[in-house]
Write a protein that binds this ligand. Structure first.
Ligand code: 13P
Ligand code: SF4
Length: 345
């Protein structure tokens, strides 16, 4: 039962003491969030990992986040991911090998241009390393506009990977919406003609949880709750972001609802577990999912089953390290460079 499991988790944590810290992403399920020492967005989680003193960082999130934690923690700290199946599909839409091979095509479509590759945090360490090697950097949803400005001071164009919606929303925020082209890595033919004329080249990746939201959902929620305000994540489509009142990372979404006055209604366009947490954490506000019953959970985030958390903890008590995330040293060095370029801005 859940009661037994909670007791087992607590017993292991008592035995392990300060040697373990549990970090959880805002999209994790309730039972995981309740056991976590810190719950936050992907930027905050990497900052927490960087400051952690514990020997073991148990990362309840997805693979790319655990990799970033490994890059950022000291060599004598170990990062553990309770489920090795927790892979973000969007991060998988831009594999380093595939980007490497497309890079030549993109460069030859604009032979005189200096193209700077920027990758969203939601990508694997080898792609972060590739971007660093080509003079680029990493960004998160909270600093994408600053990283874009930095890149356009260094070069003529940006190749943004993998999330086309965050890329388009950021271009729009900077007033560059006319200078954007989508690059379809499976069929670059037609897009290649436009590359020489644009500022931003968008890799054709997306998050299926956030792409689902449409302007019809926003209109419907405004009809159903005339006083409601709408907050969405920047992985949503541009027209959804434009029709919302607030846009931001999962930390910004949390702060927005936390600051609500009693009785206010907020319609939230993001992963459904966070929407439920927000209603539980802020019962004085009214929190509704932006697309009603059709809102989705993130399958990758839900791979972190509480039974896996119990297992990795009990294995640590028994002296066995399971599901260790370790970025190879040659990738680590370059990926650190890409992350530091972001952190220095
Ligand atoms: P945040 O950095 O806003 O937490 O986003 C991570 C993510 O995966 C959103 O889908
Ligand atoms: Fe990836 Fe989307 Fe899940 Fe975030 S919500 S981890 S981008 S699939």
């Amino acid at each position: 039962s859940q009661q037994d499991r909670t007791e087992r988790i607590e017993r292991s944590l008592d035995r392990l003491g300060d040697s373990v810290v549990i970090l959880g992403h805002n999209y994790q399920r309730r039972e995981i969030v309740e056991h976590a020492d810190f719950v936050g967005d992907s930027y905050q989680l990497s900052a927490e990992a960087a400051n952690a003193d514990a020997e073991y960082v148990l990362f309840c999130g997805v693979t790319f986040m655990a990799e970033s934690a490994d890059i950022i923690t000291d060599d004598d700290q170990t990062v553990i991911l309770p489920s090795m199946e927790a892979s973000c599909p969007m991060a998988g839409m831009a594999e380093a090998l595939q980007v490497d091979s497309a890079w030549g095509d993109i460069e030859s479509a604009a032979p005189d241009a200096d193209i700077v590759p920027i990758t969203y945090m939601n990508s694997y360490a080898d792609l972060k390393a590739f971007c660093a090697e080509q003079g680029g950097a990493v960004c998160t949803s909270s600093n994408a506009h600053r990283v874009f400005e930095w890149a356009l001071e260094r070069g003529d164009k940006i190749l943004f990977l993998p999330d086309k919606h965050l890329g388009e929303n950021t271009a729009h925020r900077l007033g560059l919406e006319d200078g954007v082209v989508e690059w379809n890595p499976w069929n670059p033919g037609e897009d290649a003609n436009d590359v020489a004329d644009v500022d931003i080249i968008l890799w054709d990746g997306y998050c299926q949880v956030h792409e689902r939201f449409t302007t019809e959902h926003v209109e419907q929620v405004r009809d159903d709750y005339p006083d409601a305000r709408v907050v969405v994540h920047p992985e949503c489509r541009r027209e959804v972001v434009e029709s919302a009142d607030v846009v931001g990372s999962t930390a910004t979404i949390r702060e927005t609802v936390a600051d609500a006055d009693p009785g206010e209604t907020w319609a939230v366009g993001t992963e459904i577990h966070l929407v439920h947490h927000l209603q539980r954490w802020h019962p004085e506000a009214s929190v509704v999912p932006l697309c009603g019953d059709a809102c989705m959970d993130c399958n990758a985030m839900q791979q972190t089953d509480p039974n896996y958390l119990t297992w990795v903890l009990e294995e640590l008590v028994a002296g066995r390290e399971r599901n260790v995330i370790e970025v190879p040293p040659e990738e680590k060095e370059l990926a650190t460079l890409a992350l530091n370029r972001m952190l220095e801005l």
